[in-house]
Design a protein around this ligand. Structure first.
Ligand SMILES: Nc1nc2c(ncn2[C@@H]2O[C@H](COP(=O)(O)OP(=O)(O)OP(=O)(O)O)[C@@H](O)[C@H]2O)c(=O)[nH]1
Ligand SMILES: [Mg+2]
Length: 629
């Protein structure tokens, strides 16, 4: 945990009592029917979490002089490091006597499953759109889900402080998009506010800067309907789960109908219709950043239930005597798979705590409980698991989390899921948007075309160009790296799955082969220096390497075995050139995603709490020849 975050947390703890008092005072004013449940949805980085910060400040969840920092809800390590939201979060505020339950959602396409799931708790959405970028691929995806679920959209055109932004045009585009997505008339009649979450203001008119974000909150109160509550026995769809080491698993969802009470017996209707009986031990509602124990919850509110056993997301908590199930949650299928296997490299067990196949299986099974867009498949070996997900980032976040928890494992090259549809081999296709400096757009088109992408449109915006393509998901793997290198980090790309289409033919792989270590031992600086004209290295001088490890990239297209463990021959004569003169170029260090996108079919990424190494699946050259992959 970063130091900053730690101090933040301590500060939060200290002020918890104070906040609770303020909160309870506010709460007294609430009439229970005054509830609004909203989800904040948008494309990645359009400012959702920043806006939720400002809402929390405005509704006095913190003391005026309390410094809680930015992006309060992006509170796990990975979210902080990457500056993106990965899991959705619930908070609640009280505004003008109404309790607003707010669900902050992730914007990256790989976490779309998370958004689909939590939208089931909302009655309305705040759709944020960047006033410069306009609707982007994920805007479309999340809006489609919200429209399909019959939620009321409220539009927030954010970042109007940006230079060259076009709020009016963006507003029109949002309308067109909604129309295209089949919104009904009452949805098309959406209210809009403009503003800058970062600068803490929202307004009905983007030319009129206001003092705060009240216009947005007023919009929510006026236009998002209070939860529809029908008469009858209790019904709650379990939409999320949480875990506490004291009380075990906690079921979270919105109570659709009836009343739930502490100690009450209930029925749990599983997704497949089976019914088990259970009892509610404790009930909580969301209050501020945390939760509060309550005696009873009435329909419309979002609550957390402790004590129900054997539940899964998508099950219904219903009346003990006459249980009636709600429609369960449907989520789009995964499009990508990766092989997870135990680490069998010579460095096995040196750096990790959890290394056996049972450890890995248990951890993966636990993940499936809450990560609905992920699936687990068996293989012919007890040590290997096929994990299916929505994209490289979706799976790599899990791998990175496991690595930090002390797991050691190896991952195979990401594969897209190929399907046979009407006798034809079909593959997932995505819409890809690349936003880059005008002068470099030619390069981007070239890269994408090689990867079987077809250009759909090209639109200039100031000095930048927005190019849209349809491209097989296969072609996207590794593209980000290539584009960033070619554009000196200037390209921004995002993609969205659109459907399956007939297979587009072979896509050429990496141009360069691997440099493979021939021996176990230390990488001697002298040897690295001698081999530098053969390619680029991934290992540091004096790092331990093993036979079969991929230690660099060959400048040619084939693989080459090299010996970096060779010492310089000792001689009596002092040579004029010695080791100190060796000028070793710093090695290339891959992030986990880069490594996963880099490897070939016959390679693994070895992931341990300390290292990310690349290796050949078969470590010796004879094996590689014998079992050609
Ligand atoms: N110029 C400008 N920048 C903003 C505004 N609102 C947010 N940002 C910046 O945009 C970046 C992304 O903001 P976040 O709030 O993390 O965006 P998000 O939508 O939560 O992103 P994900 O959760 O990863 O989808 C941050 O650097 C913010 O400071 C705004 O109104 N104007
Ligand atoms: Mg966010």
């Amino acid at each position: 945990m970063s130091l900053n975050l730690l101090t933040n947390c301590k500060q939060l703890d200290k002020d918890f009592l104070y906040e609770n008092k303020v909160y309870l005072c506010n709460l007294k004013k609430i009439q229970m029917e005054a509830i609004r449940n909203i989800a904040i949805i948008a494309h990645v980085d359009h400012g959702k979490t920043t806006l939720v910060d400002k809402i929390m400040y405005h509704c006095h969840l913190f003391r005026d002089n309390q410094n809680t920092g930015d992006l309060i809800l992006d509170n796990n390590d990975l979210e902080r490091e990457r500056g993106i939201t990965i899991t959705s979060k619930n908070v609640s505020v009280v505004y003008k006597g109404t309790k607003i339950n707010i669900i902050d959602t992730p914007g990256h396409a790989d976490f779309g499953g998370e958004v689909e799931r939590v939208l089931n708790m909302a009655d309305g959405v705040c759709l944020l759109v960047d006033a410069f970028e306009g609707p982007m691929p994920q805007t479309r995806f999340v809006l489609q889900k919200a429209i399909d679920l019959g939620l009321k959209p409220c539009v927030v055109i954010n970042k109007v402080d940006k230079e060259n932004c076009t709020p009016e045009e963006v507003h029109e585009k949002v309308f067109d998009l909604m129309y295209e997505l089949g919104a009904e008339e009452w949805q098309l009649d959406f209210p809009t506010v403009y503003g800058s979450a970062k600068n803490n203001w929202m307004s009905d008119d983007f030319n009129v800067i206001t003092e705060n974000i009240e216009p947005l909150l007023d919009m929510v109160l006026t236009h998002v309907p209070a939860p529809k509550v029908s008469e009858g026995t209790p019904q709650m769809l379990i939409t999320s789960l949480d875990f506490s080491s004291f009380t075990g698993r906690i079921a979270i969802g919105r109570l659709e109908r009836g009343v739930l009470k502490e100690g009450m017996p209930i029925s749990l209707v599983k997704r497949d219709g089976k019914i088990t009986k259970s009892r509610i031990k404790e009930l909580h509602t969301f209050e501020g950043l945390g939760r509060k124990k309550v005696q009873e919850v009435i329909a419309g509110d979002i609550c957390a239930i402790i004590g129900v056993e054997g539940f899964e997301i998508g099950d219904t908590i219903a009346c003990f005597e006459n249980p009636e199930a709600l429609q369960t949650i449907a989520i789009d299928e995964p499009t990508m798979s990766m092989l997870f296997t135990i680490n069998d490299s010579p460095f096995f067990g040196k750096e990790g705590k959890f290394v056996t196949s049972r450890h890995i299986r248990d951890r993966l099974t636990k993940e499936l409980e809450k990560n609905l867009a992920m699936k687990l498949g068996e293989t012919d070996s007890a040590d290997k698991f096929m994990v299916f997900g929505r994209g490289v980032l979706h799976l790599s976040v899990l791998i990175e989390t496991m690595r930090r928890e002390g797991y050691e494992l190896q991952i195979g090259q990401p594969q897209v899921i190929i399907k046979e549809i009407e006798g034809k081999k079909c593959e997932p296709i995505e819409e890809l948007t690349i936003d880059l400096p005008d002068s470099l757009s030619g390069r981007a088109v070239e890269f994408v075309s090689i990867r079987k992408g077809e250009m759909l449109s090209m639109e200039g915006k100031g000095e930048r160009m927005i190019v849209k393509f349809n491209i097989p998901s296969r072609g996207i793997i590794g593209l980000r790296n290539q584009l960033l290198t070619a554009t000196a980090g200037e390209a921004i790309m995002s993609h969205r799955f659109i459907g399956y289409q007939p297979y587009k033919g072979d896509i050429p792989g990496r141009n360069n082969g691997s440099l493979i270590s021939m021996e176990n031992g230390k990488a001697i600086p002298y040897s690295i220096d001698k081999l530098q004209d053969r390619g680029k290295f991934f290992v540091d001088p004096n790092e331990d390497v093993y036979e079969g490890q991929v230690i660099g990239e060959n400048s040619r297209s084939d693989d080459m075995c090299v010996n970096v463990t060779k010492m310089k021959k000792q001689s009596n004569v002092r040579s004029s050139g010695n080791d100190e003169k060796a000028r070793i170029i710093p090695p290339i260090k891959f992030s986990l995603e880069e490594a996963l996108e880099y490897i070939q079919k016959d390679e693994y990424v070895e992931v341990t709490p300390k290292c990310i190494r690349l290796r050949k699946i078969y470590l010796t050259e004879t094996d590689r020849k014998r079992f050609k992959i």
